[in-house]
Structure formats: C-alpha cells, structure tokens
Design a protein around this ligand. Structure first.
Ligand SMILES: Cc1ncc(COP(=O)(O)O)c(C=O)c1O
Length: 385
C-alpha cells in the first residue's frame, strides 16, 4: 500500500535515537537534557484539583465549536491577569497548540501554498505543515549579541503563494522575543501584502528579566489579522490537552476568520467537556506550575553559568525552556552529541531545530537541578576549551 506524500519518505530512527536506545539497553545511566515534559521533572506542587474534573455538567454533551463559554472566559481572565485585554468572542478553545496550527493552515492555505517560519525553531512545523499540504519557507533568525529578524531578508522570501508569517514568541529553542520595532515591521508586511500573522506564544510567560523593548504579545493587535496561540501544555499540564487561539486584528476581518474557523472546529469538536468545565481551576492550579518552572529554569541557568565559566560559550538567552551552547569546530555537532551520549549526557544537536550552520547544541533547562548540574559538568569537561 502506498501512503500519501504528506508523510516523510523515511520513518526510520536517526543515529542519535539508536545510540540512546543502545545505551539504555545496556542499563547505562543517561542525563537527559532533552527532557521538556514538565510532568516528569519532579516539580514540587500541591495536590491536584481532581474534583474539578468530576463536575456533574460533564454528564451532558453540549458542545460549542468555539469552546464552552466558561472555558473562553477563563482564557479572558488569564490574559487580564497579564494586563492584556481580549474579547471572549475572539477566542477559540482547542485541544493543543499543534491542533491550532492545523486549524490555521486549513483556514489560510490551499495545498501548495506556503508559510514563512523562523529558523532555527520548533521542529514539529515540518510535519504540521506537510500533513496539511502546506510548504514551508524558512526565514533566518540572526545572532549578534542576541537573536533578531532581518526584516529585509524576510521580505525577499514572501512569494505569490505565501499566506502567513509564523513567529514563535519567545522562540524555541533560542528563547528570543521579538522587539517592538520587529513586531511593528512584521505587522506592516502582513497588512501591505495581505498575509496573516501567526504567533505561537506557548512560552510567553517565561522571560528572564524585564526588557522594555520586548513586544508583549500579538493578542491585542489591531493593525493586521494576527492569530495568537498558547495552551496549558507549557503551564505544566500537557496531558490535559487544552489550548486556545485568540484572533487579533480589524473587527470585520477577525469576524470573517471566526466564522470560517467555527466550521473547521465544528468538524472535529475535539476538546473534552470535563477539561473545559475545569478550565478556571486548571488555570489557577497551573499558575503554581509556572512559578515552579520559572524557579527551575532560573536555577539551572545560574548553575550552567557557574559550571561553564569561560570554558564553554553559552548564548544569551531571554526566555523559554532551553539554552544553547556553541560546540567547538573540531567535530560536527552530531559527532559531539554522539560523544556526549557515551559520556552519559543527551542533548539535541542544532540541526534538529534547523540552525543555519553547524556547531550548536540545545539543552533543556527543565531537568531536576542535581541532574542538570551533573550533566553540565560532564558537558563542560567534554566541550570546554
Ligand atoms: C514552540 C512550540 N509550540 C507548540 C508546541 C506544542 O504545544 P502543544 O502541546 O500545545 O501542542 C511546542 C512543544 O514543544 C513548542 O515548542
């Protein structure tokens, strides 16, 4: 049987996965600095509000393609607590950010249309787009004392079939936020060229220190159609499958987009009622996760700085859950990553995130502090110059 071209031609494991499997099969320990599952990193939290998931309303099936009113209200309150004002009529509840991407690609693109995505960035784009028959064009994030978007370079990449510009704010894995002037340029391009802006803000609550030039969010955008997405997964509850979309932009266009999205969402109705009824409690509970995660990120960042000293080049990082280390040029990044597996440390090589050039390793800042420090010491011993 031939499967569709929406799937990759090879589904085989890569060399790193094979090396990890072999090490684990031998029973040898491995510090996993690719771990980004917040439910597996030993965060100390109060008991779960499980009663919130057993509300009597759950016995009735009364779906709303936009999401239940109470769940959308919980999203409104979530933004209000961050001083952002969002109308309930502009919100859709989804099962995850990944689902939101698929809805937006269905909304905006015909097969063969294209969207601009940042590089380096989130590796799942490739599959999310391909499964919708959408092509990706990568626009580079450049690094010079911090990451930035070269707007002229991006403008050159907009073609006749480009339908949207995706930003990840802050980006995974660079942790970089768009600055106010960058966001204004992108919104202007979108307005002038009739493109949608898609802003993935799942890590929006994780920033290291204030920066006045940082763009806060696209949820209040008035200038151009801007679709902003986030979810509970980076608030510590990926297993709940609750995400959301906020449609920013001029009222008329936003209403047209909403009507079309309603049809798409109605076709699936994928968000469970118990999770939606519990949304307000889950937001309150996940506030504690956000605090615990921020604390973990901060401690691991400080530990890495102390252990790496001036032996290892750690890139400036504004937010998010990862940090990036420069690998010495004597080997390519995959060779370093394989060597590190032998040392008992698992990291992602940069190509996993589409870095334009070789020589980067990406470390999750989420693992338990003791494990992270042990791994950082081995990494420094191996790569340190
Ligand atoms: C930038 C980015 N967007 C979206 C997601 C997926 O989020 P969700 O679990 O809501 O699908 C991830 C997961 O790592 C991510 O890194």
């Amino acid at each position: 049987m031939r499967f569709s071209h929406r799937l990759p031609t090879s589904l085989e494991e890569n060399r790193l996965s094979r090396a990890v499997a072999a090490r684990r099969a031998r029973g040898a320990p491995l510090y996993d600095l690719t771990e980004t599952n917040p439910t597996r990193v030993g965060l100390a939290l109060p008991p779960w509000p499980l009663q919130a998931l057993s509300a009597p309303e759950n016995l009735v099936y009364a779906p709303d393609p936009r999401g239940l009113d109470s769940a959308r209200q919980a999203v409104v309150e979530h933004y209000r607590a961050r001083n952002l004002s969002v109308g309930k009529e502009r919100i859709f509840v989804t099962a995850s950010t990944s689902e939101t991407y698929s809805f937006l690609f269905k909304l905006l693109c015909d097969p063969g249309d294209n969207v601009l995505v940042p590089a380096p960035s989130y590796p799942l784009f490739e599959h999310l787009a391909r499964l919708e028959g959408v092509e990706l064009t990568h626009y580079p994030l450049r690094y010079h004392q911090g990451w930035f978007v070269d707007a002229d370079e991006l403008a050159e990449l907009i073609g006749p079939r480009t339908r949207a510009i995706v930003v990840v704010h802050p980006n995974n894995p660079t942790g970089s936020f768009l600055k106010r002037n960058e966001a204004a340029r992108l919104l202007a391009f979108c307005r002038e060229r009739d493109l949608a802006l898609i802003s993935d803000e799942v890590f929006g609550e994780y920033e290291f220190g204030p920066a006045p030039e940082r763009w806060p969010s696209f949820v209040e955008s008035e200038d151009a159609l801007a679709f902003c997405m986030a979810g509970l997964s980076k608030r510590g509850l990926p297993q709940l499958k609750l995400g959301w979309l906020v449609i920013g932009g001029p009222a008329g266009e936003a209403a047209r987009a909403s009507a079309a999205l309603e049809l798409i969402a109605d076709t699936f109705l994928s968000v469970s009622s118990p999770v939606q009824h519990a949304a307000a409690s889950l937001f309150a509970f996940s506030d504690q996760f956000v605090v615990a995660i921020r604390d973990r990120l901060e401690k691991n960042r400080r530990a890495l700085k102390a252990i790496a000293g001036d032996k290892l080049r750690v890139l400036d990082c504004e937010g998010g859950w990862s940090t990036i280390v420069r690998a010495p040029p004597s080997h390519d990044e995959e060779a370093w990553a394989l060597q590190l597996i032998d040392d008992g440390v698992l990291v992602h090589p940069g190509y996993f995130f589409d870095f334009a050039e070789d020589g980067y390793l990406v470390l999750s800042l989420l693992p338990q502090e003791a494990e992270f420090s042990q791994a950082a010491a081995r990494l420094t011993a191996r790569l340190g110059e």
